[in-house]
Structure formats: structure tokens, C-alpha cells
Design a protein around this ligand. Structure first.
Ligand code: NAD
Length: 292
């Protein structure tokens, strides 16, 4: 090699080696995140992702057994000093207030809320009982309201900004067969998030939405009657649903909890410092929206 070129290569190899030895930067170090519905599925994957970036994470859930199991798993992988878990029912105002009191004390305030706790229950519109309708609205729309209102209050008081991430659904934007109550409740979450973005902006509080399409693996929603319901709506066997959703996507890919967690990390971090009131669909490209 010519002398100068050999020198350049050696120089860059040394620089590269120096970079490798530097401690990996952890962009969320010192931040505190709260993830509702953190005992499984998308919530647990999001908690793992935020922990991986250095945040302290509080998970909460109505299912105490699953919550204990998730907490033990996170403590096992990330240590006791950055993980806490509290039970909550997001439809209960007192329970949510108590959660925020405890969560705020656990690691010193709150910087990131991931509002995710949810259900999915469905029926044809003419068979949708008032109870089913109310259940969807209570857990999804009202649950997201109670949790994000509390986060908003706390973040405002702290005066250090914050990021609120809503896990809504593609069903907030597109109609899905036999899921009117779910689709309506999910659409409400999006408008709530936009209002939060508007009122939060003067305080440096951002609010954004991640819309997953079907995330079958790892989600307990898909272990229940929802799977049979969806299979019936698409006229396929329950075990064929993965393939139905894969084929429906433009990229011909299924979506996993870790894909949603990646979008959560984006909105939670400074990577999205200039995004608020926005929606990111994580759906491998929703082909029906573009084709006839
Ligand atoms: P999941 O059932 O695995 O996790 C949801 C968690 O929420 C559960 O641990 C559950 O116990 C908890 N929860 C339910 N009701 C609660 C309450 N009242 N108070 C506190 N916790 C409660 O399901 P998932 O797939 O991880 O779903 C997470 C979110 O993503 C939900 O809001 C869901 O609507 C949304 N979503 C999921 C999909 C999907 O295909 N999995 C698609 C679009 C949107």
C-alpha cells in the first residue's frame, strides 16, 4: 500500500478500537418510565427495551400473578435497583392515584409513561351488549384518560418535561369486522393523545401514539376468545391467523411485541424530540389501506 494509505487505515483501525472500548451510551439513563399492562405482551417488551436503554422502569398491571412473574424476570435480567412493580386497575381512579404516589417515590418522579394496559373483546354490532361496549370504553378510553391525566399532573409539577406514549391500535384508524366497541375506544385514545400533546407542549411534555397491527405472539389478548372471534370474522382457522395477517401486510411480515417496543423507545427518547401529537403505525404496511 502507498505509505499514506497504510497510515490512514492504521489510524482508522485505532480510532475504531477506541470507540469499541468506550462504554456504550445509555440514552435513557436517569429517566423513570411507567408502563401500564407491563405484566406481559407489548408492555413487558416495552419495559425491557426501556431498561435496556438505561431507564428505571415501573411496571403495573391488574393481574398480580403475571405482574410478580414479570417483575422477577426483569429483576433477573436488569437488577433490583432499576425495576419496581405495583398492582393497579386502570379503570379505578383511586387505584391509579395510589399507583402514581408509589411510582413517583420509587425512583424519583416520572419522565415516560407508556399507556398500554388493555383488552380486546368483540361481537357483531347488533349483538354488542351495553356491558361489552362499556367494558371496552372503561378499560381503553377511560383507563388511558385516568393514567395519562395523572402522569400529566405529575410531569407538570416536576417541570422537567416528559414523554407520554399511547399504545392504541390500527383499529383506531380502520374498521375491523365485529369490533365496533374496541375500534371506537381505540379511536378515542388517539384524540385524547392529541389533546395531551396540545396542552402538554408548553410544559415540554410530548404525547404520541403507536398503532400496532395484529401482534399475535406473546400477547395474552390472542390467547382468549379474541382469537376465535377474529378467526370467525376472517373465516379462517384460529391457527391460520398469523398467516392471514402476514399476507395482508405489504412487507409480508408479522409484527412482534419487540417491534412495538422499538417504536415506544423512539417516542420515549430524544430521538423523537420534535414529534408530538403524532401516530406511528407498526403494521408491516397495511395493504388493504392502499389496494382495492
Ligand atoms: P396482553 O393481554 O398481553 O397485555 C395487556 C395487559 O393489560 C395484561 O397484562 C392485562 O392484565 C393488563 N390489563 C388489562 N386490563 C387492565 C386493567 N383494568 N388495569 C390494569 N391492567 C390491565 O395484550 P397486548 O397485546 O400486549 O396488548 C397491549 C395493548 O396493545 C392493549 O392496549 C391492546 O389493545 C393494544 N394492541 C394490541 C394488539 C395485538 O394484536 N396484540 C394490536 C393493537 C393494539
Amino acid at each position: 500500500l502507498p505509505e499514506q494509505e497504510a497510515f490512514d487505515i492504521e489510524y482508522w483501525l485505532l480510532e475504531e478500537a477506541k470507540l469499541q472500548r468506550l462504554p456504550k451510551s445509555r440514552p435513557l439513563e436517569g429517566r423513570v418510565a411507567l408502563v401500564t399492562g407491563g405484566a406481559g405482551g407489548i408492555g413487558l417488551a416495552s419495559a425491557r427495551r426501556l431498561l435496556g436503554e438505561g431507564a428505571c422502569v415501573v411496571i403495573c398491571d391488574i393481574d398480580r400473578a403475571a405482574l410478580d412473574e414479570a417483575e422477577a424476570a426483569l429483576v433477573g435480567s436488569h437488577g433490583r435497583d432499576r425495576v419496581a412493580a405495583f398492582p393497579v386497575d386502570v379503570t379505578d381512579e383511586g387505584s391509579v392515584a395510589a399507583l402514581f404516589r408509589e411510582a413517583a417515590l420509587a425512583f424519583g418522579g416520572l419522565d415516560i409513561l407508556v399507556s398500554n394496559a388493555g383488552i380486546a373483546s368483540a361481537a357483531p354490532l347488533d349483538e354488542t351488549s351495553l356491558e361489552l361496549w362499556q367494558r371496552n370504553l372503561d378499560i381503553l378510553a377511560t383507563g388511558y384518560f385516568l393514567v395519562s391525566r395523572e402522569a400529566f399532573r405529575l410531569m407538570k409539577t416536576q417541570s422537567r418535561g416528559g414523554s407520554i406514549v399511547f399504545i392504541a391500535s390500527k383499529n383506531a384508524l380502520v374498521a375491523s369486522p365485529n369490533a365496533a366497541a374496541y375500534c371506537t375506544a381505540k379511536a378515542a385514545e388517539i384524540q385524547l393523545c392529541r389533546c395531551l400533546a396540545l396542552e402538554g407542549a408548553p410544559h415540554g411534555i410530548r404525547a404520541n401514539v403507536v398503532n400496532p397491527d395484529a401482534v399475535l405472539r406473546g400477547s395474552r389478548i390472542w390467547e382468549g376468545e379474541w382469537r376465535a372471534q377474529r378467526a370467525g370474522a376472517y373465516n379462517v382457522a384460529p391457527n391460520d391467523l398469523d398467516e392471514v395477517y402476514r399476507q395482508r401486510s405489504m412487507l409480508k411480515l408479522n409484527v412482534f411485541p419487540e417491534d412495538i417496543a422499538e417504536a415506544v423507545h423512539f417516542f420515549a427518547s430524544e430521538l423523537s424530540a420534535k414529534s408530538t401529537g403524532n401516530i406511528l403505525n407498526v403494521d408491516a404496511g397495511h395493504a388493504p389501506a392502499f389496494t382495492r
